[in-house]
Design a protein around this ligand. Structure first.
Ligand SMILES: NC(=O)c1ccc[n+]([C@@H]2O[C@H](COP(=O)([O-])OP(=O)(O)OC[C@H]3O[C@@H](n4cnc5c(N)ncnc54)[C@H](OP(=O)(O)O)[C@@H]3O)[C@@H](O)[C@H]2O)c1
Length: 255
């Protein structure tokens, strides 16, 4: 049974990018249950509306469509936090893509560009655009969703794994720069989590091989990622920055 820490995030405003489903949805719900006012988003407005309906109406959550790679939509979601809820304290960048399963050197240029545009460049751009909003508040917390593959690339997840490794480095570098602004930047690196994103892997013939590589011998849940994120964006984690917490059932997690 997962325990919510009531009111730990009271007074905080959070934006969770890529939160109409999966891990992002669980993160948004968890932050709202701990007292934050939350803006959820996804590329499709229909998905956002569905997610809003699935949440307890007592929670303070609004939503809008936002494609992570589109400047105008990123700004719209940040402005929504400011005008609807009075500012921005917490940013969780969760959306990511893995359009192909290939060994790294078999990746097409197009697939490589897509993964780096969304998984790395858009993360960098959004983090940069968010800083002025957090500077206005005198503090902030940014959490980025990486992947255990950023440490140990699975052979078929070559380019995706490299992009997630870059995110872990981006987390460190950004944390160093923003420490003076009282803004922490951390990441989570999940293993295989039961969502639509991992369906291909979990339903493949090799699912048992994947399970054997996980010491806890099971796939994780979105809620099990949401808990560590709620901790990292709370005051309990004020002296933690530049770190990546692996949420992967014991899979080896260091370079
Ligand atoms: N599931 C896993 O096993 C696993 C493991 C390690 C890391 N991760 C990471 O966790 C993150 C989320 O994965 P998930 O499993 O929760 O996926 P998911 O169940 O497919 O949910 C993805 C969410 O992000 C939104 N989204 C997708 N692309 C987007 C984009 N370009 N811009 C904005 N929003 C977007 C989706 O809504 P729309 O479709 O409407 O856009 C949806 O709300 C990814 O960064 C992934 O790399 C996942």
């Amino acid at each position: 049974m997962l325990r919510i820490v009531p009111n730990r995030l009271l007074g905080k405003v959070a934006v969770v990018i890529g939160s109409s489903a999966g891990i992002g949805f669980a993160i948004a719900e968890r932050l709202a249950k701990e007292g934050a006012r939350v803006i959820i988003s996804g590329r499709k407005q229909e998905g956002v509306n569905k997610a809003l309906k699935a949440l307890d109406p007592a929670l303070k959550v609004l939503g809008t469509a936002c494609h992570l790679a589109r400047y105008n939509q990123r700004i719209r979601v940040l402005e929504m936090a400011k005008y609807a809820f009075g500012g921005l304290d917490i940013l969780v960048i969760n959306a990511g893509v893995s359009p192909v399963l290939h060994d790294v050197l078999d990746t097409t240029q197009r697939a490589w560009n897509k993964m780096f545009d969304i998984n790395v460049k858009s993360y960098f751009q959004l983090a940069k655009e968010t800083v002025p909003y957090m500077q206005e508040r005198g503090q902030g917390k940014i959490v980025i969703n990486a992947d255990i593959n950023g440490y140990h690339p699975h052979i078929n997840l070559g380019a995706y794994a490299v992009s997630k490794g870059a995110i872990i480095a981006l987390t460190k570098a950004t944390a160093l720069q923003l420490a003076k602004d009282n803004i922490t930047v951390n990441a989570v690196a999940p293993g295989i989590i039961s969502t639509k994103f991992s369906e291909g892997v979990r339903n493949s013939e090799r699912a048992d091989d994947f399970l054997k590589q996980i010491p806890q011998n099971r796939f994780g849940t979105s809620e099990e990622v949401a808990g560590p994120v709620a901790f990292l964006v709370s005051d309990d984690a004020n002296y933690i920055t530049g770190e990546t917490i692996c949420v992967a059932g014991g899979v080896v997690s260091r370079l």
